[in-house]
Ligand binder design. Structure first.
Ligand code: HGY
Ligand code: MN
Ligand code: MN
Length: 440
């Protein structure tokens, strides 16, 4: 397999070093000193968009912030369909510095490696399509609970019901748009038509331990898990913590706690179904009052929508049983839902070719193992959600995973090696060249 990318190992290593340095720089743009937190339509969102736009222009791209606050860079004639490389710049609370961010910055390096000098001293795309990098603005859903707001707008799937979603301070999405300088009435302008796009590619840390366990740097993603998120309320009766005998208690926190254990048991019994209770709160929340109310979240994912939904039905039946035994009532409000996305076979193939090209290349960092060292790079299911879940409704989606040491993510210890980032940049660039060689 000959590599097509003209870049030298040094050029790719320089690109990887720049990605790591910029991840560190963006890590300082946070609403909470001492930890990384950047949410949709915040001052931090505006600052990282300005930085990303500056770096996009440095790579030779024209830039715009779209009607949903996504930062877009483009190289190529306005009328040409675009191959988009993207990921997100928003974060979870107390986040790592690579989830989403590395993918956006790697996209910029791929454009820099593939661009060609134009007649006017600028840069052009030498490929049969334009290249775009999109830094999505709200993949996590940290602020308003509904994830993929930025990429849903690009996919033309904005739901007007989202305008009244509120954050912890009671600010609505509509108010946050206006504060950010966006016009809610123009949200439709963010939507892209399928005819404008060739494909969507995203590089992302695995956020799991599989590649680390295999001792490999890169993997092709087969599909992205479907997601449903719920906010649940359990109602019991607040009573005196000392004077209330157990047989008179309707303890909402115990009902919620038993439910969380039931979620774990029911999901572990299934293949590729993952359920997590990440938030749990007791009310009124005094040490000497039996909780009369409890609120908890449920993040439920599955490789297939149907299997996920059957487990949700089983969880619901189990909660009926638990609450019945404890004389409690429960309600659930669904706050997010996204279907599974199956990565396009052609994009899986070109990404596989891209990974194989790194096997043929001397490792970028002394001692870094070649990507896979095997003739068939790993192909992994993604239990983590990504913007491709929204973008998959308007164009083909392909994803490249990078080794995430120990698999820890959504945590400050989240890591990725510079060597693997370099292999990922090369693989992604090669994949784009292979896609360009395919018929339109
Ligand atoms: O939750 C997820 O899987 C993603 O990191 N937003
Ligand atoms: Mn994430
Ligand atoms: Mn992510």
């Amino acid at each position: 397999m000959t590599t097509r990318l003209g870049a030298t190992p040094d050029e790719v290593a320089t690109a990887a070093r720049r990605v790591m340095a910029r991840c560190d720089e963006l890590a300082h743009v946070t609403s909470t000193p001492g930890r990384i937190e950047r949410v949709y339509l915040s001052p931090e969102h505006a600052r990282v968009n300005r930085l990303a736009a500056e770096w996009m222009r440095e790579a030779g791209m024209t830039t715009r912030q779209d009607a949903a606050g996504n930062q877009v860079g483009r190289l190529g004639p306005p009328e040409a369909p675009a191959l988009v490389i993207g990921s997100h710049l928003d974060t979870v609370p107390d986040a790592g510095r690579y989830d989403g961010i590395a993918g956006v910055l790697m996209g910029l390096e791929v454009v820099r490696l593939l661009r060609a000098p134009g007649a006017d001293g600028g840069w052009v795309s030498p490929l049969p399509f334009a290249l775009e990098v999109i830094a999505f603005s709200d993949e996590e859903g940290t602020r308003f609970g509904k994830a993929l707001l930025g990429s849903s707008a690009v996919a033309g799937q904005w739901d007007d019901a989202w305008w009244t979603l509120t954050d912890a301070e009671g600010t609505t999405v509509r108010e946050a748009f206006l504060d950010f300088g966006l016009d809610p009435g123009r949200i439709g302008e963010a939507a892209r038509r399928p005819s404008e796009l060739v494909a969507y590619l995203e590089a992302h840390i695995e956020q799991g331990p599989e590649l680390d366990r295999r001792g490999e740097s890169l993997a092709v993603v087969s599909s992205i898990a479907s997601a449903r998120r719920f906010q649940l309320v359990v109602e019991g009766e607040a009573r005196h913590a000392g004077g209330t005998p157990y047989d008179m208690r309707r303890d909402a926190l115990l009902g919620a706690s038993e439910s969380a254990l039931a979620v774990e048991r029911l999901c572990r019994a299934e293949h590729h179904i993952i359920g997590t209770v990440g938030q749990l709160e007791a009310f009124p929340g005094a040490v000497n009052i039996v909780p009369g109310e409890a609120r908890f979240s449920l993040d439920l994912r599955g490789e297939f929508d149907g299997a996920r939904d059957r487990v949700w039905d089983a969880i619901s039946r189990e909660l009926d049983d638990i609450m019945g035994r404890r004389h409690l009532r429960w309600t659930a409000r669904e706050v997010h839902s996204a279907p599974a996305v199956f990565c396009a076979p052609l994009l899986q193939d070109v990404l596989r070719e891209g990974i194989l090209s790194t096997v043929a290349t001397p490792s970028l960092t002394a001692g870094a193992p070649a990507a896979s060292g095997r003739e068939d790079p790993a192909t992994l299911f993604s239990p983590a959600g990504h913007d491709g879940m929204a973008i998959g409704s308007i164009t083909d989606v392909g994803m490249l995973f990078l080794r995430n040491p120990d698999g820890i993510s959504h945590h400050p210890d989240e890591a990725v090696s510079e060597g693997d980032v370099g292999l990922g940049i090369r693989a992604l660039a090669e994949a784009v060249l292979h896609r360009a060689a395919e018929p339109a």
